[in-house]
Ligand binder design. Structure first.
Ligand SMILES: *Cc1c(COP(=O)(O)O)cnc(C)c1O
Length: 348
């Protein structure tokens, strides 16, 4: 076995471990007995803290992962004959194995193009007005990802424009916030400005990629939609028996703004990586870097060379498009080492 400290990669923020604050909260929760299924003090505390973060009353449910959070949240908004409008790169379309359709008993996901991974009001309108007859699945919800799958963020104004359009068309708004923390840190806004003050009905608030071991919070600003959501969670296999080990890390993360500090750090590391890659003429930047990911196009031999040197990163964007993702624990030295290896390969 290799005894050297394992290195950090740029593949995904879920390659990272558990941050010390979440780990400490888990240890603290691991004392004595506490009621199961969420009737414990940690879950109450985490819920209260999430209400403080959003400065409003909201209904909060903790589930194991993002696919469950998105699917169950969307199923609470839609009947089987409805449709959900989202960007063609959306996680709910591309990376959830049809779970949103499955949990909503067949609600169809309809795809829209859009620059830099973002949905635009005009395409929402086009999608809805294209067909209004009974043979077409009735559009019911818009799903937005913040920050997006392409590492960009929606500004409060962009969200408000989407809201105005959605409202006029009778659509509800779901937000996939697997990297919500990175968006808040990037925009420097208060969380309410890009959620309920911009018409978001339900947010899937990501904990895992922010530094928790497992767990996402489904946050309903529209409490009407939360009706009987506890049953959906239970039926979907998402009601944790020892719930305090899902909720306690949230207390550690939300205390003293730890979550935003880590998200801001990940964003900063991506910014640093971008600045170190800028001088290479062979590196083509694909999208504006606004959160914790840098998307670049690299020559195939360079990608192979970096993989050969043991670096892990995804290359799923077309031909030679690479996603370089930073996490709460990415160090400047990691960036320096990666860029040094790239430099060596380029120099050959
Ligand atoms: C990671 C991620 C999720 C959640 O994925 P799970 O593997 O189900 O936890 C959801 N949305 C986006 C945009 C993601 O990147």
């Amino acid at each position: 076995m290799n005894t050297a400290a394992p290195r950090r990669h740029f593949a995904s923020d879920n390659y990272a471990g558990i941050c010390p604050e979440a780990w400490a909260a888990l240890a603290e929760a691991n004392q004595g007995h506490a009621p199961g299924y969420g009737d414990d003090a940690w879950t109450q505390k985490a819920t209260d803290m999430i209400r403080d973060v959003f400065e409003t009353h909201c209904e909060v449910y903790f589930v194991f992962n993002g696919t469950a959070a998105n699917s169950l949240a969307l199923s609470s908004m839609c009947h089987s004959y409805h449709s959900i409008l989202c960007h063609e790169n959306a996680h709910i379309e591309a990376d959830e194995c049809g779970a949103p359709e499955f949990f909503s008993n067949g609600t169809k996901v309809l795809l829209m193009p859009g620059a830099n991974g973002k949905v635009e009001p005009a395409s929402i309108e086009r999608m809805v007005k294209k067909r209004t007859d009974i043979h077409y699945p009735k559009p019911r919800a818009v799903s937005l990802t913040q920050s997006t799958e392409l590492g960009t963020v929606y500004t409060p104004d962009e969200l408000k424009a989407i809201w105005a359009k959605s409202k006029s068309l009778g659509l509800k708004i779901h937000m996939d916030g697997a990297r919500f923390a990175n968006a808040v840190a990037s925009l420097g806004v208060s969380p309410k400005e890009i959620t309920w003050q911009a018409g978001v009905d339900v947010l899937c608030f990501g904990g895992t990629k922010n530094g928790i071991h497992v767990g996402e919070a489904v946050v309903f600003f529209n409490s009407e939609l939360a009706k009987e959501f506890d049953y959906r969670c239970k039926q979907g296999g998402q009601l944790a028996s020892k719930m305090r080990f899902i909720s306690a890390p949230w207390v550690g993360m939300l205390k003293d703004g730890v979550w935003l500090r880590y998200a801001g750090h990940a964003n900063k590391m991506a910014e640093y990586l971008e600045s170190k890659l800028k001088p290479f003429p062979q590196v083509k930047f694909l999208f504006p870097r606004q959160a914790n990911a840098v998307f670049v196009e690299l020559p195939r031999p360079i990608i192979d060379g970096l993989h050969g040197k043991g670096w892990k990163f995804y290359t799923f964007i077309g031909q030679g498009g690479c996603r370089l993702m930073c996490a709460w624990d990415t160090k400047p030295e990691d960036v320096d080492q990666f860029v040094a290896d790239l430099q060596a390969l380029m120099g050959k």
